[in-house]
Structures are given as C-alpha cells and as structure tokens.
Design a protein around this ligand. Structure first.
Ligand SMILES: N[C@@H](CCC(=O)N[C@@H](CS)C(=O)NCC(=O)O)C(=O)O
Length: 211
C-alpha cells in the first residue's frame, strides 16, 4: 500500500500526483495540515513534502525525483518515466533538475505574496524573477517540435515541468517572449494526469494568493 503525504496545492505534490495518475497507481493521500503535521514531521523532520510510504516494501521515499524513479522501478505502468538508454535517462534527469530549480525559485515569488506586510522581500523577489526568466530562456531553446521536453514521450522531466511552469508563468508571465513554452504548457495542461491534479486543488486556490 502506497501513502503520499502532501498538499493539494503544492507544486511538488502535483509533480508526484501526475506520475501516480499517469499510471492509475493506487495510493492513499494524506494532506499535510494541522491534523497530520505532527505525524508527518515525525517521519521527515526536514518538513519538505511530498513523501511516499510503501508499507509493502517497508520504505519511506523522499524527494520527488527519487519518488518518481521509485514508482517507475517498483510500480511501473504504461508511462515509463525514465528511459532505459543511459544517455536518454541522463537527459531526463538533467531536465528534471532544471524544472525543480524553476519550481523552487518560483516558490520564493509565490511565498512572498503570503508573507505579512513588512516581512516581504522585494529584492529577493526581483532576483528570483530574474533567475526564472533565465530558466525560461534555457527551456525555450530546448523545446523543439517534439511534444515533450527531451523527446516524444512523457517522462519524469515533464512531471517536473508541468507544475513548475504552471506556477511560474502566473507569477513571471511569458509576455509573448517564449512561444514554445506557452505551447508546451498547453500540452502539459491537456495531459489528463496533470489536469486532474490541478482540478482537485481548485477548491483550495484561495489559500494561495498569486497561485
Ligand atoms: N526537493 C524537494 C522539494 C520539496 C518542496 O520544497 N516542497 C515544498 C512544498 S511544494 C515544501 O515542502 N514546502 C514547505 C517547507 O519548505 O517548509 C522535493 O523534490 O521533494
């Protein structure tokens, strides 16, 4: 039995939910909130979510990229997230890192929106936006006519891309300068697994101004 501790509006949770929904992998979802936080933090004092528990294999898996590799290895389905070819796999992992960098940098901008007045960090936000635009340039150059980031098939890197670009573009608009990213985002939003993760979170969007 798989259990995912996460939060419905967390971008990193969306990344893993997308992988789980891709292959209709059965799992139980526990929302990290005031009722479950004590249990969660006892499991993973770093406090970063999501985390995956596998009661059958008696494992706890943390870090979204590792969780998705774990699912690919032990709970494989029709969508394979890591290519068998090593060079192709390294490309997937490399782009996964780029999108996680986008995700974490973008979250500085999003989190600033919910800081109390007087506790905001305008300098840090501008710095983060500059970095995000640099990452956009890298992604735009990579995107070709292929449907997904490294090739024609949907991988770990696309699971990472979907929430990162979705959230980032709401806070650092593409402004017509990155047409391939805009088209890629539409393809990602049309992916049923990602669309489901976004849809399920909609009732909670009000918690996150700027989301
Ligand atoms: N490198 C981690 C990042 C996870 C992460 O930053 N998650 C956010 C939620 S989207 C989080 O835990 N935020 C709460 C915190 O940092 O205390 C991963 O890939 O799992």
């Amino acid at each position: 039995m798989l259990t995912l501790y996460g939060h419905p509006i967390s971008s990193y949770t969306w990344k893993v939910l997308t992988a789980l929904y891709e292959n209709t992998t059965p799992f139980e979802f526990i929302t990290v909130d005031q009722n479950t936080y004590v249990d969660f933090i006892a499991l993973w004092p770093m406090g970063k979510f999501p985390i995956l528990l596998d009661s059958d294999r008696k494992r706890m898996v943390t870090e979204t990229s590792v969780i998705i590799e774990y699912l690919d290895a032990y709970y494989p389905g029709k969508t394979r997230f890591i290519p068998t070819d090593l060079d192709a796999a390294l490309e997937v992992r490399r782009w996964d890192r780029v999108f996680d960098h986008l995700n974490t940098t973008m979250s500085k901008v999003v989190v600033d929106n919910i800081r109390p007045e007087g506790q905001r960090d305008p300098y840090g936000v501008e710095e983060a936006k500059r970095i995000v635009r640099g990452i956009y340039a890298v992604i735009e150059a990579q995107l070709s006519h292929d449907a997904f980031i490294t090739a024609g098939s949907f991988t770990l890197a696309d699971c990472a891309a979907a929430p990162a670009i979705w959230y980032a573009t709401r806070n650092v608009p593409l402004d017509g300068a990155f047409p391939r990213i805009a088209a890629y985002l539409e393809r990602l939003k049309a992916r049923p697994a990602f669309a489901r993760a976004v849809k399920e979170s909609e009732p909670l969007f009000h918690m996150y101004p700027g989301a």
